[in-house]
Design a binder for this molecule. Sequence first.
Ligand SMILES: [Zn+2]
Length: 116
Amino acid sequence: MHEAAIVRSLLDLAFQAATKAGLSNVSSVNVMTGKIHHLVNEVLLLHFDLMKATYNGFERAVLHIEEKDVIIQCYACGQTKELDRPFFICPNCESPDTKLIAGDELHIISIEGSST
Ligand SMILES: [Zn+2]
């Protein structure tokens, strides 16, 4: 499953970062996900809660998800538009000559916790 693999890799990265920062008691992991990935937040949260106990110091961690809308810029008409459909066609002039400028994010923003 898509979400499970993503949560596993986010937790691996968060664990490395927490270890490096000396955090032994992580309270939250804040991530940014672009809507282009079509992730279901409830499923991400479920997998996070199932997997976190296998990471030392993450037993009480909470996952926070910030979702980013898919935004394209059109080379034909110059407009920047939010896309609400899965086609990279300008909603303004229907040109397919567009560039993705937001919505493909998938990374950790920050990790919070304490060292005690
Ligand atoms: Zn356009």
